[in-house]
Design a protein around this ligand. Structure first.
Ligand code: ADP
Length: 448
């Protein structure tokens, strides 16, 4: 019955009741009493309907729908319809949830649901196997109490979850990668993966490169020695001099590659961050400038020390990174150009060492790949300039070793700026952190 029809029937019923009341009232000569009795009967009837409806609503699924009439029947039909729809959606959500639980339970990756306090709310079978978790006993326990590794505690406290953290439990245990995925304010998902195979492969690759480079060193030393002797021999055939000089150039290049590969292997093998030794960058810049000036042909060099802050790091690695950048700047900048070394603090308090040049610049499509091993933006020019293609990879790794990063700004025809950015915790300010006026400490090399 439609709501309007049911409403009309209710009115008709009311009208009929009043009419019946009037008739009975007329018969008894008490019209108002008749109407009152009729309304009372109608009210009692409504009350009975309401009573049955209320009883049914307490448990609509177990009780049969009451045989109520009129508007009340309409209400019963509607409630039944709403309840059926709710049942249907509930069953669907439940089915989806069960399927999700079943698939997560057998996933090859470990999954742990943590609440906001880091307590375990749920875990799947793989997580239980990888961490030795026990059914209900470990639910509600803090993950850091079950996996007592400082690296995991620091990772969870860091709130920086873009990268996973690698942890090995004991000397023989598997390497596990833990990654946190926050998905609501109250819960977080911890993904666990056994990465022992990847770690073993990576370590084999590192060992192979390190061993191969090491093994190549001795034959190269012998060849370099013989070539030097032959070239220096006054009775040597002049026709052979050209090819021998080329051989010497190539062995020097190979020596450069081997030495860069060894540097990279050493940086790759670092598992802890660089030490916090105080480094005087002003003195280092002076040294770098002197090195450039010692070359027979070089562009102008300007140095700006804009902060008295010192860097806390590993001196040889920092020097190697900075000299790689200066070396590139000199290599790619014509004699009439200039290079500028700047040491300053960024507004965020990070320590920055920037090397700018007026060289040819780099097309934007090369920028993201420049720090890859052996990647060259302009292969012909770079090889001609004597590069190994490993310089920027070394810089990147040396900076990672210090928790820093390399920032590259460049535009073809407008020069390049390579900036080594060190985190604020690696800055040591000696005299209250006063920033010097750049012109006070700026010096340039006018004589070329
Ligand atoms: P390479 O030994 O070839 O210089 P790097 O890793 O140091 O290798 O540099 C990678 C490439 O980046 C270079 O081959 C060159 O194309 C580009 N590059 C590096 N520094 C500069 C610079 N200052 N100006 C222009 N191009 C540069």
């Amino acid at each position: 019955m439609s709501a309007m029809r049911a409403g009309r029937y209710a009115l008709v019923r009311l009208g009929l009741a009043i009419l019946a009341g009037v008739v009975v009232g007329l018969l008894l000569h008490r019209v108002f009493a008749g109407i009152a009795i009729a309304l009372a009967v109608l009210l009692a009837w409504q009350w009975v309907q309401l009573y049955w409806l209320n009883r049914w609503l307490k448990d609509p699924r177990n009780e049969d729908a009451p045989a109520v009439r009129g508007l009340w029947g309409d209400v019963v039909a509607r409630v039944g319809h709403i309840d059926k729809r709710r049942q249907y959606h509930k069953a669907r959500v439940l089915k989806l949830f069960r399927e999700f639980r079943r698939s997560t339970a057998v996933m090859p990756d470990g999954v742990i649901v943590l609440n906001k306090d880091g307590e375990i709310a749920w875990f799947n079978r793989t997580a239980a196997r990888l961490l030795g978790l026990r059914g209900k006993a470990d639910r509600g326990m803090r993950i850091t109490n079950l996996v007592r590794e400082p690296a995991l505690r620091d990772y969870l406290a860091s709130e920086e979850f873009a990268e996973p953290v690698l942890i090995r439990r004991g000397d023989e245990g598997p390497w596990l990668s833990f990654q946190l995925v926050p998905y609501s304010a109250a819960q977080r998902l911890m993904l666990l993966r056994d990465v022992s195979r990847q770690v073993a492969l990576e370590s084999m690759r590192q060992d192979f490169v390190a061993n191969a480079s090491h093994e190549l060193r001795s034959p190269l030393t012998v060849m370099t020695g013989y070539l030097e002797t032959l070239i220096g021999d006054p009775v040597m055939d002049e026709e052979l001099r050209g090819p021998l000089l080329e051989m010497q150039r190539q062995t020097q290049r190979m020596n450069g590659i081997v030495s860069d590969l060894l540097d990279l292997s050493r940086l790759d093998a670092q598992v802890v961050e660089a030490p916090m030794t105080e480094i005087d960058i002003e003195a280092m810049c002076a040294l770098l400038r002197k090195d450039v000036q010692a070359r027979p042909v070089h562009p102008q060099v300007q140095v700006s020390i804009e902060t008295p802050a010192r860097l806390l790091g590993d001196q040889p690695e920092v020097l190697s990174a900075f000299s790689n950048l200066v070396d590139n700047a000199v290599k790619f900048t014509p004699e009439v150009g200039s290079i500028h070394l700047r040491w300053y603090l960024s507004p965020a308090g990070e320590a920055c060492f920037a090397v700018s040049d007026t060289g040819p610049g780099i097309a934007p499509e090369h920028l993201p790949r420049l720090t890859e091993r052996f990647y060259r933006a302009d292969a012909g020019r770079a090889r001609g300039a004597g590069g190994t293609g490993l310089g920027l990879a070394i810089v990147k790794h040396a900076l990672l070793y210090h928790g820093g990063r390399l920032d590259i700004q460049s535009e073809p025809g407008a020069g390049s700026t390579f900036t080594c950015v060190f985190p604020a915790r690696r800055v040591s300010v000696l005299d209250g952190g006063a920033t010097l006026d750049s012109s006070q400490r700026s010096s340039s090399n006018g004589n070329r």
